[in-house]
Design a protein around this ligand. Structure first.
Ligand SMILES: [Zn+2]
Length: 198
């Protein structure tokens, strides 16, 4: 993969050509994948107030006039890593207590109400505005995905932490892409076996 493609991973490009998560869960998936730890830190799509504002604005998570501070960036990144940890726990087992604590704290300021349209369809709507609303929307998606049963299929890659949607029948996928992380993991295991055999 060349640099141009790498920079598109998580937005236009999915490792291994996997389909994205269904419905609104795709937005949460993109949020987790706004940074990939294998890539340079300055590629983080929400790594600075300007970048976060552009990314969240493009996703309509914040309104055009909403300001984003360094502190907002810090809590968004903290929330992202906590949700990534929850996705990693979808391989089985309990998420780290630190991750659930971060989500618990984030939900303290993230308010949602039940909205209804003229056709009678309800939806969770964030309030009031700004980063709190963005956090509320993302946590609302996390909750909805747990209700629909899609959440357990959103997994963090065991190698790189990338959030991928596991459509396999037996929900056994472990890596974002076998050709990238699967082989890396296998090579490492092979190397360990060889070096420990000496
Ligand atoms: Zn991976």
């Amino acid at each position: 993969m060349d640099e141009r493609d790498k920079r598109r991973v998580g937005e236009q490009v999915e490792p291994g050509g996997r389909p994205k998560a269904p419905g609104r869960l795709e937005l949460l998936q993109r949020f987790i994948n706004s940074h990939n730890h294998d890539f340079p830190r300055e590629w983080d799509r929400i790594g600075t107030p300007e970048r976060a504002q552009a990314w969240l604005g493009q996703k309509r998570l914040v309104a055009p006039g909403d300001r984003i501070s360094e502190a907002d960036v810090a809590r968004l990144r903290e929330l992202r890593e906590a949700i990534r940890a929850l996705a990693l726990a979808n391989h089985g087992g309990q998420p780290e207590a630190e991750a659930t604590d971060v989500v618990r704290r984030a939900s303290g300021t993230a308010r949602l109400r039940v909205g209804i349209d003229d056709a009678g369809r309800t939806a969770l709507e964030p309030e009031p505005r700004g980063v709190d609303a963005a956090v509320a929307t993302l946590l609302g998606i996390l909750h909805e995905a747990q209700l629909t049963g899609d959440w357990p299929r959103l997994k963090g890659c065991r190698q790189c932490g990338y959030a991928f949607f596991d459509r396999s029948k037996n929900r056994s996928a472990a890596w974002c892409a076998m050709s990238i992380c699967g082989n890396r993991t296998k090579n490492r295991a092979y190397y360990r076996r060889r070096t420990s055999a000496r």
